[in-house]
Design a protein around this ligand. Sequence first.
Ligand code: GDP
Length: 478
Amino acid sequence: APDAVQRIAKKLGKVVVVGEATPAPEAAPTAPKTAPAEKPFAVAAGAGTAAPKGAPRTAVGKGKPTDSVPRPPVVTIMGHVDHGKTSLLDYLRKAHVVDGEAGGITQHIGAYQVEIDGKRITFLDTPGHAAFSAMRKRGTSVTDIVIIVVAANDSVMPQTEEAIQVALKAKVPIIVAVNKCDLPEANPDKVLTDLTRYELVPEAYGGTVPTVNISAKTGDGIDDLLEAILLVSEIEVDPKADPHAKMQGTIIEAKVDKGRGTVATVLVQQGTLRQGDNVVAGGVFGKVRGMTDERGTKLVKAGPSSPVEIIGLNGVPDAGDRIEVAKDEKEARALAERREQRKREDRLTGGGKLTLEQLYAQLHSGPIKELNLVIKADVQGSVQAIRDSVEPLGNDEVRVRVLSTGVGPISDSDVLIASADHQADEKNCLIVGFNVGTAGNVTKNAEKEHVQIKIFSIIYELIDAVKEGMLALLPPIF
Ligand code: GDP
């Protein structure tokens, strides 16, 4: 076994070393203690640089020191379905509320903060479903640390592996929470052994990856997990941001609320967001008319690593969109327009790009069939996740073209968009809805226009239906 560990240790260049407390195995001289090579969103604290800890921190892109101060680490929980991600997030939400306020966190805004020993940690509360891995990938890019939850009765499963790959690729420090240790059949040791097959060598095996045995059901070990997060944060990440810098953040979630208009959750990453600020978020803009935290408390300002819900945007931004403060409304509008245009262009070129092989195949076998798709869902995060899941589908004969996406019920204009470029005898357009209904006479109109509408509450089924729709466009094979 030591041999195996040493072999894996050689690969440790990829795995984050957790500071002095856990020296790298001697056999790994080629594996220096590397800080994550790239942390796209580790704002201010040397964003985008490979500066190892201890190197001077510089302002973003400018090379001049900032007035950076420590900020809470931002943590994402990933893992296989049913391994306990939701239970862990729920437990934390109840047990470690900031200021020990009774009642806990009542609102689901997509992120929240907990407090331990007077220190805060921000958790992203994104859906843990496998098919949301596209959004998770976005999730990790705002994340300082990834917790991978592995159930001790099940050990490493396909989505665990996927989560490990995503985290390694993002070069984010990983902590493994071995969950369900309360079960009699729990076998945490097997989890640790299995992890070594995926370039994660647990500290217990002389490696660098902290693992913590927990039960999201009883709460056992969860304090240890939080301590581990703080330790990794301090030693490995050293998250800092300048509260006086120009405000920058990321949209975590966005939706339309009947009474309040667009409601968006913002993770502030640099600077301070204030009520009344003019902001631009992706292709939309607005004035922050109101701001609340995850407990529904009204705020007038929010600093780095704070998740806040804001109202006042003139449209629904995409999850993962950057949000910034603009000088005034005019600047906000201009920036939004420019960004929207760039997004549109990206979609056109990105969605339409053919590989040489595809082009060759197209030249020799007639045009590529396209399934024209309109995507509607209840929240922007789901829209984006669906889009990211279906767009890569296809081969040199058939592919998906997303005509439009949106939040809210399927409407007549969706039918109009879907049918615009459509012959009645063809089945080449489809409207898919996720957790939404249809407005008014939409179903009838869709029938008239020969547009299919399919509504789902399970994302796998939606994706399968898109695949079926694509297959239906191909000539039958006899
Ligand atoms: P997710 O799909 O990863 O979000 O998993 P959930 O949090 O929904 O948990 C899946 C199931 O495992 C639920 O029935 C939970 O009650 C159960 N569960 C989660 N954590 C624990 C735990 O620590 N111990 C036990 N015994 N059951 C757990």
